[in-house]
Design a protein around this ligand. Sequence first.
Ligand code: GTP
Ligand code: SPV
Ligand code: MN
Length: 601
Amino acid sequence: MNAISHDVAKPAVAPGSQGSKLAALNAWVAEVAALTKPDAIHWCDGSDAENAALIAQMEADGTLVKLNESTHPNSYLHRSHPDDVARVEHLTFVCTSRQDDAGPNNHWMAPADGHAKMDALFDGCMKGRTMYVIPYCMGPIDSPLSRCGVEITDSPYVVANMRIMTRMGAPSLARIEREGTFVKGLHSIGELDPERRFIMHFPEELTIKSFGSGYGGNALLGKKCHALRIASHQARSEGWLAEHMLILGLENPQGETHYIAAAFPSACGKTNLAMLIPPEGYRAKGWKVWTVGDDICWMRPGADGRLYAINPEAGFFGVAPGTSAKSNPNALKSIQSNTIFTNVGVTADNQPWWEGLDDGQTPVTDWRGNAYDPAKGPAAHPNSRFTVSAKQCPSYSPEAENAAGVPISAIVFGGRRPSLVPLVFEARDWTHGVLVGAAMGSETTAAATGAVGVMRRDPMAMKPFCGYNFADYFTHWLSFDQAGANLPKIFHVNWFRKGDDGSFLWPGFGENLRVLEWMIQRVKGEAGSVETPIGHLPKDDEINLDGVQLTDEARAKLFGFEREGWQAEFASIGEYLDEYGPRMPQALKDEQQRIAKALGN
Ligand code: GTP
Ligand code: SPV
Ligand code: MN
């Protein structure tokens, strides 16, 4: 690495910089270097040569294991520390000057205390290591909706992932030099000690400090830390939205494409829906789904009053288990080459393997690197992931690079709801839709540490990611309903309804297209519905079920309205809104009470 590293004794300035416009960046890098004391500083340019040198270094020290070159060219396996395999919500903080601004939905620390705690951890932590400076842009490099950041890290694995997940390197540095503003993200893997691990956000200072984890959303700071927690805070004051949503384009046989944004909690189906392949009959007629994004959506009103969305990311950090040629062929095709796999198993001939891959092979090594023994758990960690450029996805939309974004026709909320919640319903209007999002619930998944399968409220799928008080966030959402606005319709879906025997009642995956079709018909005023207190449900036969086998139980539960269950649900939603006290917008409380009354509560 000597060839591309700078001796720390030399000034820590960006290459080619005259010092003036990048003064703030250069000063910060120097300050961080003085604190963390790295042996060397490397400014990342994002080039192929730089990436190749980093990969070679990581192969040599065992950070990456090369996978089968003939089946998976240029692909690698990384095994993270077994105690460092997912986001850590209990160690994630939002440090606003006033505690109320972070809200009951966040862990809070006073900014001065947060900085003191983190700076003590960072003190000298990069001795013997190289410090990488990663300039990146979230969103197309030429889009006014995009925002830049710089992550400083001592993890070359983070550098390699950020190169795939963001527009990283020289063009981003040039934009930072033009704009002068950027989000500062400081990261060190430290000793990977869970007792010395914190993910700290200072939204008022556009600053992130993350220590002690090398995994996913904890360490790739452009993703959840910047593009959701910091960006949501920024979006509130600037009049836009930063959301945990996929974006897809649904093209019908007439060649019209409608864009849909959908918020499902972590590991609840965003990547799968974003890459959906329509059922055979639909494909034959010319239906197609285009992938714009699979995890994060930034949107703002355009001159015509519609919401325009960009995907701030450039790659996918997707859940591996369950990804197969049947469930998600586009994802599987995307990850045949140039992919970093984290915490998957491997086969005898060194191919990546995970539960649900269904390729007829068997793993020999598990995600920890031990001989695979089914009695000791799965071969792949349930939160094992692939990192791959979006450009490798066969359904990647050319519009994803459009600087203006795509106009959104429908917003969809959903979660894992084994009971009560039907397959789909539509909100009556924007305010009702905001309540539907605010009331979202879902079972927890392996994407975060802690118990799996526990039902919790996860408003707009943003519980772990909203950088400010949820009450203010709902107020912000409500504020988009104003004169001149031409807002998307809002829907709620549930792919995870279970029958009495515990199995899923809806086939899901590609078949979800049938539900999207109904939504767009509703947007165009072409489909009917049945009005209930919880919203509009599809009328009998309004959703095309040709070729779908559903039992009577499934039909009743997927399309029915269970008044008594909803009465209890609305009482619980009311209690939830009350947890936020007087900051909760009255309009949302009124909406909850109106529906509770209509339900007969
Ligand atoms: P994050 O990247 O954590 O934000 O997750 P995500 O929302 O992108 O989740 P993803 O699409 O990776 O799905 C996670 C899990 O849900 C996988 O195990 C999928 O197989 C499963 N899944 C996705 N869609 C469906 C569906 O329509 N039905 C059922 N039953 N399971 C699904
Ligand atoms: C999620 O947990 O919602 C993810 C994965 O998308 S991570 O980047 O680790 O947050
Ligand atoms: Mn996510």
